[in-house]
Design a protein around this ligand. Structure first.
Ligand SMILES: *Cc1c(COP(=O)(O)O)cnc(C)c1O
Ligand SMILES: [Zn+2]
Length: 380
């Protein structure tokens, strides 16, 4: 097979089917692919996976056989433009790619279809994750479809009730953890080492391969002309890492001629990546997070090393917004008829702020990634 895994620090190579989340040197693992086909090569072949916005790119996501794929299908989400929102933010061209319109209501389905497919190929018996809510709902659904047991670690009192209800409905086994998401992730990482659980948090490199397709699909919807900016909320920094990888890979393959810049947005009370950006990434301090935007209430993002490189390589930036600013932006998005969950609204809040600060020019084109559905988390 042309694809393999590799350490982002020491570049040691690993077989595609080896189960590994960290290299011996401590570095994160990424998936690499050999040949990039034309982006439209697979289209029109009539197979089911072509209905999936993820699997139609499968040669450069996870090159597997059709019958091995666990797909809902997912992806192929809509791209919205609303004049009221661009006016509110003070820009001319503002798009919203609504990943909340995935099967379980968040972008997590894009990565989960790939991670669960890989787990099933490898004959895994139990799948596990720590979650601020959406990862657990997505894992529960894809695990149910694959017929594999799912185990979920949630920070007690810090997950939106509708997300818990969703994971229970799909049949997951729930474990409530005292502490925050970061504690839950540490616990599940330990358990995966000791008890042979297959871990599907975004430290799993196959998750990020699926999430790359958000970018490719967005650019395809814009006739392969990327916007000037991608704006995305940052929690565990899986999307930021995946988007940067998708932009680099697609650009090198000649799929598009311009690399957009990325703005990663954090909530002010859960902003360790922003603080690190401010000091030129010289150091990184985990923190105790405390934002009402529960999906990004993370103080020790596991993908920090990958996301840092994305910001550096793509001349990106990291910004923070307050919970009050998130709330105001959410009202705008909801009242425009689109709707999203609080963490997603951090994108629009940040666009307005970055334009006022002159970090984004009003004439630049911008795509905000709405990460979750309006019904996911209605309390703000
Ligand atoms: C998981 C999630 C995030 C955070 O994404 P990361 O890739 O962990 O940075 C943001 N918004 C929503 C709705 C999420 O479910
Ligand atoms: Zn290494």
């Amino acid at each position: 097979m042309l694809s393999f895994q590799s350490c982002i620090e020491c570049h040691q190579k690993f077989d595609l089917d080896e189960i590994i989340y960290r290299c011996g040197c401590g570095g994160l693992i990424e998936v690499k692919h050999g040949k990039f086909p034309s982006p439209l090569a697979g289209e029109g072949s009539g197979v089911r996976s072509e209905e999936s916005g993820v699997w139609r790119f499968r040669e450069v996501v996870l090159p597997v056989q059709e019958h091995e794929i666990v797909t809902h299908p997912e992806g192929n989400t809509r791209l919205y433009e609303r004049e009221v929102l661009s006016r509110w933010a003070g820009v001319k061209q503002l798009y919203f790619k609504h990943e909340g319109e995935n099967p379980t209501g968040s972008f997590k389905d894009r990565g989960m279809t790939v991670a669960v497919t890989q787990a099933k190929r490898l004959g895994q018996k139990t799948l596990a994750c720590a979650s601020t809510g959406n990862t657990s709902a997505s894992l529960a659904a894809y695990g149910a479809q694959a017929g594999i047991k799912t185990l979920i670690y949630l920070p007690e009192g810090k997950v939106a009730p509708s997300k818990i209800a969703q994971a229970i409905a799909y049949g997951a086994e729930m474990h409530m953890i005292q502490g925050d998401f970061d504690t839950a992730l540490t616990l599940v990482l330990e358990a995966s080492k000791n008890e042979g659980l297959y871990l599907v948090n975004s430290i799993n490199p196959f998750r990020l391969e699926g999430q790359k397709t958000i970018m490719w699909e967005l650019f395809e919807q814009l006739d392969w002309t990327p916007p000037d900016w991608i704006v995305v909320p940052g929690g565990n920094l899986g999307n930021a890492s995946a988007f940067g990888k998708a932009i680099q890979e697609g650009y090198e393959a000649g799929w598009f001629m311009k690399k957009p810049r990325i703005a990663v947005i954090q909530a002010q009370k859960a902003n360790p990546f922003y603080e690190s950006f401010l000091n030129g990434f010289r150091d990184f301090q985990p923190m105790k997070p405390d934002t009402r935007a529960s999906a990004i209430n993370i103080g020790n993002p596991v993908n920090y090393p990958k996301a840092k490189r994305v910001i550096q390589d793509l001349n990106g930036l990291v910004a923070e917004v307050t919970d009050q600013q998130i709330k105001e932006a959410k009202i705008q998005i909801d009242h425009s008829g689109i709707g999203c969950e609080p963490s997603s609204a951090a994108t629009l809040a940040a666009v307005k702020k970055l334009v006022e600060q002159k970090s984004i020019h009003p004439n630049e084109s911008i795509a905000c990634i709405l990460t979750g559905h309006v019904l996911k988390d209605s309390i703000m």
